[in-house]
Write a protein that binds this ligand. Structure first.
Ligand code: AMP
Length: 445
């Protein structure tokens, strides 16, 4: 399958060829024809599969070929994104793929002053990419009306729900014309996402790519069993190897990200942190320095890293294992963009073994253990039954052995049912949410 088999118009074909894309990714090959046909669509695909182009290309084409006598500068497309980073990247994608068209886009998100965004809206654009909080805020002020929207995209719907945006999203959808094309993308399809799809889409086509297995299989993954106190030394040891050129390191907390970045920087390893408490300009600077190679290590928290799209990340290192196994897949996907191979290392201390088991269950792979490294915790017996650390509690609790086998007589704790676990973790995350969530809520008050 080639891009021109998808009946894309020349300006778009030239743009993808300038980007160096040789052929459509599976989600593009399967979604683009339906979107061009004007159908509603549910795409089950995560970041890294080429899903942005899967909706951006046919949307641009429809805007060019079906003008509906709209005045220039009328907003005809709304893309909702859960985070500002992702919104920015979607905006960049529209700019890249639409560079040979005269179409314009605007990106709006919270956490920054609204005036430049208001001015951009006054100048007009065809495509609006927004996070929910700021969009609602501007709607409530009468600055934005959505009655001219023809195509609505809900991107990363599962994250949107996880971050507590469901009510905002529903309010926004109520303001859209009922006659519209709706596209919804989500990395996972739990029941609540299917329910949402039933409410907002009409006879949708379902397109699923199975990136979790395919992406994950392309990545060389290993786990290092290590004591918490030795993690930094292990990281520095690994970074002695010059092959670790562009390294994305994940920590569980914002504080942990800051501390680690500072410690590395003091040790002459150029590093910076990216998380929700950083100002927008600090985040953009860190990302730009990482992209250009000025810094070698970017330390990130999960939500801040959503949608980070940096070519050529040589290694992803899970300094802390995530307590949500899906986050592991999202994280390591940063090192295998659109089919490239990548390397992902995970550090696992004794309290994190249950997280590792959840991850292995999800990806249906055993992650090989690196034994014999200088900081190996002894013994690296992965199958020793360990109690499940309480998910949120263990993230915050000082390391006092709460997750150690001895703590509950070596019994394997019952695994909570998936649905209840999700519900709990979602509720837990609310007050702790990273930037876009906080900013979004703050905007409405
Ligand atoms: P996304 O899933 O939209 O975040 O895209 C992931 C990455 O894949 C981005 O860096 C895109 O530039 C890249 N990409 C998208 N489509 C293709 C393609 N057909 N061939 C190669 N790379 C692509």
């Amino acid at each position: 399958m080639q891009f021109h088999d998808l009946k894309l118009i020349d300006p778009l074909l030239r743009a993808v060829s300038t980007e160096g894309y040789l052929e459509p990714t599976p989600i593009q090959a399967r979604a683009i024809p339906h979107i061009l046909d004007g159908k509603d669509l549910v795409g089950c695909a995560q970041t890294g599969t080429g899903k942005t182009a899967a909706f951006a290309l046919p949307i641009l084409q429809q805007l060019v070929t079906e003008t509906h006598n709209r005045a220039r500068g009328t907003i005809r497309v709304l893309v909702l994104s859960p985070t500002r980073e992702l919104a920015t990247q979607i905006g960049e994608s529209f700019a890249v793929y639409g560079r040979q068209t005269k179409l314009k886009h605007i990106v709006i998100f919270g956490g920054v002053g609204q005036q430049p965004q208001v001015e951009a809206l006054r100048r007009g654009a065809d495509i609006l990419v927004a996070t929910p909080g700021r969009l609602l805020d501007l709607m409530n002020q009468g600055i934005i009306r959505l009655n001219t929207i023809e195509i609505f995209v809900l991107d990363e719907a599962d994250r949107m729900l996880d971050m507590g945006f469901i009510h905002d999203v529903c309010r926004i959808i109520k303001a859209l014309p009922t006659r519209r094309q709706t596209l919804m993308f989500s990395a996972t399809m739990p029941q609540d996402i299917q329910d949402l799809a039933d409410q907002i889409l009409i006879n949708p086509v379902h397109v699923a790519v199975t990136p979790q297995a395919t992406t994950v299989e392309k990545i060389a993954q290993s786990v290092f069993f290590v004591e918490k106190k030795d993690k930094r030394a292990l990281l520095e040891h690994l970074l002695d190897d010059a092959d670790f050129r562009r390294v994305l390191v994940f920590t569980r907390t914002k504080h942990g990200a800051n501390k680690l970045a500072q410690q590395l920087d003091r040790g002459n390893i150029r590093a910076d942190a990216i998380h929700g408490n950083k100002s927008q300009s600090a985040r953009e600077r860190a990302l730009a320095n990482f992209k250009s190679g000025k810094i070698r290590v970017l330390v990130a928290t999960d939500i801040a890293a959503r949608g980070i799209d940096v070519e050529d990340v040589t290694h992803v290192i899970n300094y802390d294992l995530p307590n949500e196994p899906e986050s592991y897949v999202h994280r390591i996907g940063r090192t295998a963009r659109a089919g490239a191979a990548g390397i992902a290392y995970s550090f696992c201390d004794v309290e994190e073994r249950a997280y590792l088991r959840d991850i292995e269950k999800l990806i249906r792979l055993r992650v090989p253990v690196v034994s014999g490294h200088p900081y190996a915790s002894s013994p690296a017996e992965r199958d020793v039954p360990v109690s499940r650390p309480e998910r949120r509690a263990s993230a915050n609790r000082p390391s006092n052995g709460g997750g150690h086998p001895a703590a509950n007589g070596g019994k394997v704790a019952d695994k909570p049912r998936r649905s209840s676990r999700r519900r709990r973790s979602r509720a837990d995350r609310r007050p702790h949410g990273d930037g876009a969530f906080d900013a979004g809520r703050a905007n409405q008050q």
